[in-house]
Design a protein around this ligand. Structure first.
Ligand SMILES: NC(=O)c1ccc[n+]([C@@H]2O[C@H](COP(=O)([O-])OP(=O)(O)OC[C@H]3O[C@@H](n4cnc5c(N)ncnc54)[C@H](OP(=O)(O)O)[C@@H]3O)[C@@H](O)[C@H]2O)c1
Length: 340
């Protein structure tokens, strides 16, 4: 006995990773369908040692399917997610379309699993932004102990966060650096990304922040606590996979760095690697393919009363998208559908 699962956007970065993770975690599957656009009709994708052919999302009938894991971007989600939901198939969506909808739960299973019961209003559950997901896994256990007042975060986000096209642009521009006649002007990013960093992700808002920065603020409030103040600077860096974050936290109560390290060691989804020596911390290339959110460089911020600094690294295609979506599917199965 298992679930009838649809992976929507199965040819994309997140979709392929969702297939890997469903298989790695032995998700109880009775039947699996893989969908993409008509362009990819018949394209083969791997699921363990099997090869599956993609079907066209536009003509797919979601009736009788239990859950659809969407990773197709907001526009296609807007068109197709309501059809799936209406057909009785619960949508778990990776786009930003439904994240701020009061009738749609926004879930990180280590942080707010109880929110799953709100899925029924629209038959849709939202997955957070990649930068938010890894940060709230780290914030929640510390908030439970010492109440967070304010977070100042700077991100170092990999190009795979901008889909296949983002990763291709870094690859092509990197090769072109050594062959200047093969000049590759930026298309996905607003400036050259190879050997550069760009302090601009998503569109600009009226107050000068970017939408990516706004998402970290709004999503942290919805998932952890509306009272937490967050200010973010989101930066794209020439790394293929793995987002990093330098996080400064101000608490209401005093929290010693050793106690914070112990709390994080015991927290779900977290791996603490924190030695004060060369290499005693995690960098993005080391987190690729892992389930954990890695925390390093935990230290007191002596410039404020109750402050801590830490370094947080995770695979953005996993905890930032595919893993979190599969964890939501597991949670929904365990708590609500109970077929597994
Ligand atoms: N990458 C990340 O770190 C990350 C993190 C969190 C959330 N997300 C979100 O996850 C979603 C997917 O991201 P990605 O990085 O996997 O993008 P991607 O690599 O560009 O893949 C996009 C996927 O969507 C499919 N698609 C696009 N338009 C479609 C349409 N009209 N009908 C059917 N299929 C369509 C594509 O199919 P074809 O191959 O047929 O074009 C492809 O399978 C986005 O909403 C993104 O914001 C991504």
């Amino acid at each position: 006995m298992g679930y009838k699962i649809v992976v929507v956007g199965a040819t994309g970065n997140v979709g392929r990773e969702m297939l890997n993770i469903l298989e790695e975690r032995a998700f109880p599957i009775e039947q699996l369908a893989v969908l993409a656009s008509r362009r990819s009709l018949g394209t083969e994708v791997s699921f363990g040692d099997k090869t599956l052919k993609t079907q066209d999302l536009d003509t797919f009938d979601f009736t009788g399917w239990d859950m659809a894991l969407f990773a197709v971007g907001s526009e296609a989600t807007k068109q197709y997610a309501p059809l799936a939901a209406k057909a009785g198939c619960v949508v778990i969506d990776n786009s930003s379309l439904y994240r701020y909808d009061a009738d749609v739960p926004l879930i990180v299973p280590e942080v707010n699993p109880e929110a799953v019961h709100g899925y029924a209003k629209k038959n849709i559950i939202a997955n957070p932004n990649c930068s938010t997901a890894q940060m709230v896994v780290a914030l929640k256990p510390l908030h439970d102990r010492a109440r967070i007042k304010r977070v100042v975060v700077s991100t170092y986000q990999s190009v795979s966060g901008a889909g296949k096209a983002g990763a291709d642009e870094l690859w092509d521009q990197t090769k072109a650096i050594y062959n200047p006649t093969d000049n590759k002007p930026p298309k996905v990013f607003s400036k050259q990304i190879a050997f550069n960093v760009i302090p601009h992700i998503d569109v600009f808002m009226d107050d000068g922040t970017t939408k990516e920065e706004w998402k970290m603020v709004a999503e942290t409030k919805k998932i952890v606590d509306p009272k937490i103040k967050v200010t973010a600077t989101c930066v794209r860096v020439p790394v293929f996979v793995g987002h990093s974050e330098a996080i400064n936290i101000e608490f209401e109560d005093h929290l010693d760095e050793d106690e914070a390290r112990d709390i994080l060691r015991q927290a779900p989804g977290i791996m603490v690697i924190d030695k004060r020596e060369n290499g005693g911390y995690v960098t993005p290339v080391e987190c690729v393919g892992d389930f954990a959110t890695f925390i390093s460089r935990i230290r007191q911020d002596s410039t404020i009363d109750n402050g801590l600094n830490l370094w947080c690294v995770s695979d953005n295609l996993r905890k930032g998208a595919a893993l979190n979506a599969v964890q939501i599917a597991e949670l929904l199965g365990r708590e609500v559908l109970k077929k597994g």
